[in-house]
Design a protein around this ligand. Structure first.
Ligand SMILES: [Zn+2]
Length: 506
């Protein structure tokens, strides 16, 4: 999750007094632009109304820091690093350490400060008081402490796995996991279905249907199900360092990657298992839930857009085309001589994710608008429906009339067919319109859109080029029915000029 932090400096306040310009609004716009440019969705805004000199006098920074320290935030947008760094040395130390230990990025319009990167001089300049050596030693100590706790079967993570909560151990340091009955029930269902070789997408659908919700999101998606199935915690083990999250920057965009570390610790935990080892292994033995286990399978799917993109001209599924080594993969229509022009595959992939972001914003707006205008809509719609209903009655009687006219010999066969077909189509259209204006239907649609929003958020936050093409494909297919693609201009400088129509699964 990304956050933004805003605070007026003394200079800002003087400027504001002199010019009457709202500096916070200006900063907000700057940050929004920056986030948009980097393709990042800011979920939380912290705006300091007062301008205190130290942390104690800045309630918003306190709230933010607590979340940073818990490792809940991936990056914080600010207009300038001094918005965070100001204060006395003790304040600076707390802030720098919080960011360093949780590997939280500080993102300004000019630069991304990455505490993970030891070569990032400026980050350490920002934390002057803390030498690099000191940071390294503390960090190592921190990790060593964690590893030895794991060796004793204690739980050291910050977020408990689904199905568990944690409890402080009596008479000693550390925590152990405790079963959460409600969630454990669902976990059992997941393993039960997976053991029967039911795929993670279907499991997710099933859980959504029975009204279950995961802890943080509103709907289950296949990736979450897969993570649960693959986690050995459920048969009583504790693992550490298994897939440590690392952050990378590619073209100025931050990608979170979870490389599969070969070295990890897996030992008997102090907690009660939810499934037996046999059940766990059976659930994990089915390939449907086990992406990445078989190298061959992974190689087989190299197109993250596989089966998703259709040609607007001929309706065929667009295919990945790989050229001689060193060339970028293309996406083309398989029909020879189809006039649709292909693209670089990654450009289409990028554009899809970007479109999902704007669809998400549209959906949010639709819901706001709907709720605002519900009453107005109600009366307008009722009047509209009445008008359409009258039109339907009229068309109906016209249609009846055609039969009479045919019997009376006024219409010949051809005229009759033409006229009655026209009227039948008109009736169909009118009935369709009634559905559109029917408030119940509208409410239904809004409800469906509401349910789609968490799915969209999930894919936007989790989609990353570090996932395998197959994993990306599954993420996309969780949310998208199909994408219709069209490109009419060829050549250099027109690479991004194609149109996409995205059909969201609602
Ligand atoms: Zn085509």
């Amino acid at each position: 999750m990304y956050a933004a932090y805003l605070r007026k400096s003394r200079a800002d306040m003087e400027f504001e007094k002199a010019s009457g310009i709202d500096t916070l609004k200006r900063h907000r716009d700057l940050i929004k632009q920056n986030a948009e440019y980097r393709n990042i969705l800011i979920e939380e805004w912290y705006e300091e109304v007062v301008s205190g000199e130290n942390i104690e006098a800045r309630p918003e920074v306190q709230k933010l820091l607590r979340k940073v320290e818990l490792g809940l935030i991936e990056g914080v947008f600010v207009v300038d690093i001094d918005r965070l760094a100001r204060g006395d040395t003790a304040d600076q130390a707390r802030i720098a350490k919080a960011f360093a230990y949780s590997s939280t990025l500080i993102i300004t319009p000019n630069k991304i400060y990455d505490p993970n990167n030891e070569a990032d001089e400026e980050f350490f300049e920002f934390g002057l008081f803390m030498s690099r050596r000191e940071y390294k030693i503390i960090n190592r100590r921190l990790n060593r402490g964690r590893v030895s706790s794991v060796n004793e079967g204690k739980f050291v993570g910050s977020t408990c796995p689904y199905g568990y909560t944690k409890e402080k151990l009596k008479g000693q340091k550390g925590f152990k996991l405790i079963i959460l009955e409600e969630e454990a029930k669902i976990t059992k269902i997941i393993f039960d279905l997976a053991s029967k070789n039911i795929g993670s997408s279907n499991i997710a659908n099933h859980l959504n249907k029975i009204g279950s919700k995961p802890r943080k999101a509103d709907v289950w998606v296949s990736a979450t199900i897969r993570d649960i199935i693959a986690n050995p915690v459920y048969y009583g083990m504790i693992k550490w360092n298994y897939r440590k999250t690392e952050k990378k920057m590619i073209n100025g965009i931050v990608y979170k990657s979870r490389p599969k570390h070969k070295e990890y610790i897996l030992i008997q935990g102090l907690h009660e298992p939810i499934v037996t080892k046999e059940q766990w292994e059976l659930a994990n033995s089915h390939s449907k839930n086990n992406i990445g286990k078989s190298v061959k399978k992974d190689l087989a799917m190299q197109n993250p857009l596989s089966g998703l993109v259709k040609c607007e001209y001929c309706g065929r599924t667009m295919q990945r085309r790989n050229y001689r080594s060193g060339h970028i993969d293309g996406l083309i229509c398989p029909l020879p001589h189809c006039k649709n022009i292909g693209s670089h595959l990654y450009l289409v992939e990028d554009a899809i994710i970007k479109s999902l972001k704007s669809i998400l914003n549209e959906y949010k707006q639709m819901i706001i608008d709907f709720e605002k205008e519900e009453n107005i809509n109600n009366s307008i719609n009722n009047t509209t429906i009445e008008i359409i209903q009258k039109e339907i009655e009229k068309t109906d009687s016209q249609l009846n009339k055609t039969y009479e006219l045919l019997e009376q010999g006024v219409y010949d066969n051809e005229t009759f067919i033409k006229r009655s077909n026209y009227l039948k189509n008109k009736l169909k259209d009118l009935n369709g319109k009634i559905d559109e204006y029917n408030l119940d239907n509208m409410e239904n649609n809004v409800e469906k859109i509401k349910n789609t929003i968490p799915k969209l958020k999930y894919i936007i936050n989790n989609y990353s080029i570090d996932l395998s093409p197959k994993e990306r494909n599954e993420l996309l297919k969780d949310t998208i029915n199909k994408v219709i693609y069209k490109k009419t201009v060829k050549g250099k400088g027109h690479e991004k000029e194609f149109s996409l129509k995205i059909d969201i699964k609602i």
